[in-house]
Design a protein around this ligand. Structure first.
Ligand SMILES: Cc1ncc(COP(=O)(O)O)c(C=O)c1O
Length: 361
């Protein structure tokens, strides 16, 4: 079986066990809890002597199916599904970090992730040092004896910069720290960070995994021992994905590859068109030759992704005029929807950043 076939077969044929009703497509298991045969079955199930569903905050057939698909697509060992992408990121930190630990992260990260680093994690004495996308040679200087995690997105939100995952993997291995990659923009169809040494891959499933702007979701996949910690943390703190959202998302994954192919096909045409426009100052798209990390993108991504970043001549006023004159595209703060979205990160998703950080990312 070639790799393409394998990816799509996993996406379609990974399925919960068929019930006595012989259904073809997986049913929706809307149930908070599960029943036991007798007292001993109940005790043994809670003691984890048996692999059974106990309560949907822990596991549920729909979330398990969704997780199994992402695990197969990313080449991971196991995973856990969350209500949102931010729940996946926060719970991963909550489970794996202790007070006094230190994170080294790329400065160009999603706005709420940045807020975790600057506002919430410091409450538990966890500090973060940033490196800029074009300064990966400085990462090692930032690593301290208490550094536990190297964190990055690629391509980054919002400016679609690309980080060299092979390099990050080597640095993490050399310093015996965990590499965590937010693979939301690339999806497992375009890139698999685990191949380059990532220990955990997190996703906002709200984006291309859903692909139709309907439900929120998140997932973390990776090594068994780390996911076990994340599972235990989450089973007690309660950020679990709802079975309904897992059902929607698992169906969505069946078409991930063809949707992402089409998104990429459209995005490069938009990027190439914008490059020819006199009033557009700058266009960034990973598979444009003008992208600063074009060679890296070509090496580690199957296609360039669905996001195009661009800057219009004339500053904020031109930007406003552009947004206000769009005929069909939606003004919204999401991405990876069937409906093309145009957004202005500086005044929305990244508005909480300091002026310096905003300019840098
Ligand atoms: C790269 C990235 N990570 C995480 C998130 C957070 O995901 P969610 O909105 O599902 O919590 C987003 C949301 O836009 C994102 O773009």
């Amino acid at each position: 079986m070639n790799k393409e076939k394998h990816f799509e077969t996993e996406a379609i044929r990974t399925q919960t066990k068929r019930t006595q009703y012989s259904e073809h497509s997986t049913p929706l298991y809307l149930t908070s809890s599960f029943v036991f045969d007798d007292a001993e079955d109940m005790r043994a199930s809670f003691a984890e002597e048996k692999e059974k569903n106990l309560y949907s905050r822990f596991t549920n057939p729909n979330t398990t199916e969704f997780i199994d698909k992402v695990v197969a697509m990313e080449g991971a060992e196991s995973g856990y599904a969350f209500a949102t992408g931010m729940a996946a990121i926060f719970s991963t930190f909550g489970a794996l970090l202790n007070s006094g630990d230190h994170i080294v992260s790329c400065r160009s990260v999603f706005g709420s992730t940045h807020t975790l680093f600057t506002k919430y994690l410091p409450k538990w004495n966890i500090e973060t040092s940033y490196f800029n996308v074009n300064e990966t040679d400085k990462i090692e200087e930032l690593i301290l004896p208490n550094t536990k995690i190297l964190y990055a997105e690629s391509p980054t939100n919002p400016a679609v910069d690309v980080l060299d995952l092979e390099l990050l993997g080597k640095i993490a291995k050399k310093h015996k720290i965990l590499l965590i990659i937010d693979n939301c923009f690339a999806t497992p169809y375009l890139m698999n960070p685990i191949k380059y040494g990532a220990d955990i891959v997190v996703h906002s499933a709200t984006k291309l995994m859903d692909g139709q702007g309907r439900v929120l979701g998140g997932v973390a996949v990776g090594k068994n021992d780390l996911i076990r910690e994340i599972y235990l943390f989450s089973r007690n703190t309660g950020p679990a994905m709802s079975p309904f959202n897992a059902w929607v998302l698992s169906k969505s994954l069946e078409t991930l590859s063809i949707r992402v192919e089409k998104h990429c096909d459209n995005a490069i045409k938009v990027a190439e068109f914008l490059e020819t426009q006199a009033k557009v100052k700058k266009v960034k798209y990973p598979f444009l030759k003008s992208h600063p990390q074009y060679e890296i993108a070509k090496r580690q991504m199957r296609l360039g992704g669905n996001i195009v970043a661009f800057e219009i001549d004339g500053g904020i006023d031109s930007g406003r005029k552009f947004l206000n004159n769009l005929q069909m595209c939606s003004l919204s703060a999401n991405l990876g929807d069937t409906r093309t979205i145009v957004t202005h990160p500086a005044s929305t998703t990244h508005s909480k950043l300091s002026e310096d950080d905003r300019l840098e990312v």
